[in-house]
Design a binder for this molecule. Structure first.
Ligand SMILES: C[S@@+](CC[C@H](N)C(=O)[O-])C[C@H]1O[C@@H](n2cnc3c(N)ncnc32)[C@H](O)[C@@H]1O
Length: 219
């Protein structure tokens, strides 16, 4: 990503994600990336929309779309294979048309900070971040997405009543986020949420028994 592209967000020009590409995509997925994706990229959004950052393969994004059929649900994910997996799951295999229950999904295939810059006036009702990359090595700590600068940025997008919902099985990162909150105007409204199954949650690389959650709102 070009430094210049993120000029509005000080200290936010560090890459927070790992791979952009995995194994070669099937022909159907390549077709969806070239033909469907441009049609469902978010151009604008009304307040009340829901955002999921780093949706991976999109299991939870699909659940959000079904749970909130009348709400625009935007997902941002720079990992192309994750985006392709989502596009494949929301379309009919025989004709590549988006299934009715997923018509409210919009996908931004890149760093969420780039689309936030374009959606400056939107007040999201919910912003979800499930299993953000923990970057466990001390030398990589600066790559952690949920630093206080980014949390402060997100706080501007939820207004008075919106929520930021974070889940991680990496408990050290969890405590680190709570510490970062001290430099924001966000507060913890709750930590109580039933475990949400995502691909990463099932892998449980951290080896913990369950993910911990934070539901944040503006003070
Ligand atoms: C550990 S994975 C978790 C994926 C998914 N939420 C799950 O629980 O299975 C973290 C994801 O966040 C994405 N990510 C990291 N930085 C991001 C950013 N700045 N904008 C959008 N997505 C980002 C990565 O590409 C990766 O897919």
């Amino acid at each position: 990503m070009e430094k210049q592209e993120l000029k509005h967000f000080e200290n936010q020009n560090i890459r927070t994600f790992g791979r952009r590409h995995g194994k070669k995509l099937s022909l159907r997925k390549q077709w969806l990336m070239e033909n469907l994706l441009p049609k469902i990229m978010p151009k604008s959004a009304e307040s009340g929309a829901i955002l999921e950052i780093g949706f991976g393969n999109g299991e939870h994004l699909r659940d959000l779309a079904i749970q909130h059929p009348d709400t625009t649900v935007i997902g941002a994910e720079p990992f192309a294979n994750g985006v392709a997996a989502l596009l494949s799951a929301i379309t009919n295999e025989s004709n590549n048309v988006v299934l009715n229950e997923y018509k409210n999904i919009h996908v931004f295939p890149d760093d969420v900070r780039l689309i936030l810059e374009k959606l400056k006036d939107v007040q999201f009702s919910e912003i979800w971040i499930l299993h953000p990359d923990p970057w466990p090595k001390a030398k990589h700590e600066k790559r952690r997405l949920l630093n206080h600068d980014f949390l402060n940025l997100l706080s501007k997008y939820i207004g008075k009543n919106g929520k930021i919902i974070i889940g991680t099985d990496h408990w050290e990162y969890y405590d680190w986020i709570i510490n970062e909150l001290k430099q924001t105007k966000l507060e913890i409204k709750s930590t109580d949420l039933d475990t949400i199954k995502t691909r990463y949650q099932i892998k449980n690389k951290a080896g913990t028994t369950n993910p911990k959650y934070l539901i944040l709102g503006n003070q």
